[in-house]
Design a protein around this ligand. Sequence first.
Ligand code: 9MR
Length: 570
Amino acid sequence: AAAAADFPVRVNQLGYLPDGPKRATVVNSATTPLAWQLRDASGAQVAAGATTVHGADQASGQSTHLVDFGAYGGTGTGFTLVVGGAASHPFDISASLYDGLRADSLNFFYQQRSGIAIDAALAGGSAYARPAGHLGVAPNKGDTGVPCQTGVCDYQLDVRGGWYDAGDQGKYVVNGGIATWELVNSFERARRSGGDAALGDSTLRVPERGNGVPDVLDEARWELEFLLRMQVPDGKPMAGMAFHKIHDAQWTGLPTRPELDDQQRELHKPSTAATLNLAATAAQCARVYAPYDAAFAARCLDAARRAWTAARANPNVLAPATDSTGGGAYEDADVSDEFYWAAAELLATTGESQYRDAVVSSPLHSKPVDGFWWGGTATLGRITLATVPGVALPADDVTRLRGLLTSAADGYLATMAGQGYAVPIAADAYVWGSNSSVANNAMVLAVAYELSGAARYRTGALETMDYLLGRNALDRSYVSGYGERASENEHHRFWAHQNDASLPHPPAGSFAGGPNAGLEDPVAKAQLAGCAPAACYLDDIGSYSTNEVAINWNASLAWLTAFAAERRAT
Ligand code: 9MR
């Protein structure tokens, strides 16, 4: 069971890699250094030293000291760090530290699948098994023949499959897009670094294991097939565009099992942003799946080209913020970044000049690298252009893009260095899903490591894992099942144990959205008034603005964990 009280000595509750950084944060207002001891599982002291006084940490509002025990070279389980009579939670030091989370953070996607029965043997126990949801079987009203909202179209579409977005059962193309890209990119990156075997066939708990295709690509394909179904068919108005989203007519309550959802499902108006998400991910699909399934790759490329052409013909069809009844709005008023991303993926896959022209003529091509998220995707394109071998861009352009990415990474390192908890986001950046901002910036650090080989970037990426797994303002691991004091009540309609004891908690590897200073749900408003930004979080199923799970967030965690889990040649 999770430890109830928070401890003042904050560590990565999972542990540390033998060849990685090993730092901790202590909440203590002393203005002079404190003695620390590292103890092994028997309680014997194995290392000792003195803290560095950091002082006030703006994001947490706490007085902090830093401990660096990186010189310790041992491995094992059950270590504790003791400072001023207070002990940390126990943790491991192990080269295999992240192997379990690499698989579990991806198994989350299997368990979010719509339109397929979830198998107890693959999902980690009978509590997680459930019948297929949203295959048009009563009381479900979708997703095999889904009508449009009034006035949007006069036909139905089969949009079965894909992943449920989050705690709700909506399916949103722009969030599916970034999540899919991150999973496929994780494989593409791992293949370059020689670490792809760990994501290969029969490494994950997916129904397709043993089919000769890397399991992470099997999982991503479940969503890609859904994204392809969301494209407006030939011969219909706005052919080639993608519907923005499909979800229930009204918000469902908590809990709602997927197969018991009785709301009418509806397609919402196509959008340029969704269309460009389809173009980008389908172009990436064509490139990465080609060695495994040429026919699927060709289907992806055809869809990507048609989506691109349709987006160019309809460049400003925007999803409105007001469309949030029964599902999230995923509104976006600026699609220049989606155009850049889609052009980048199409260029990397085809090498064609029409896509190169779109890349080089975009103002975003020379702008500093900004953080990415579902509504801001330019950096996904930059990562592809900077890392995929042989992209048909002038060498100077690739060099400049790589420099922009390493500059952004240096900025994140500077942000981390100024803080008591080494977080790569500023104190004013704790928004809805802040944990994904943290993980996404860490991805840029990992990319900078790949591009430069400079150890400081790997150190930064790994220290970001420390933050997410317990070295933070709340002494909290935001990943279910990982760490002594981990979140267990994330907002979800099926993993709703907190509201209904017959249902399970979220499975191991589920990633909470994290602190959100905006307090955008009733539970957060009632319980968190006055919180310091990094402390605006509740492990309560009702706090959807701080404690929901989501595919785009788990994708960042899975990407980062796969990076962290890779064994390095020594
Ligand atoms: O991740 C989204 C966040 O950036 C927005 O601020 C928030 C409010 O619009 O919505 C979040 O996405 C949610 C979506 O709207 C519906 N499914 C659950 C998503 C995660 O909370």
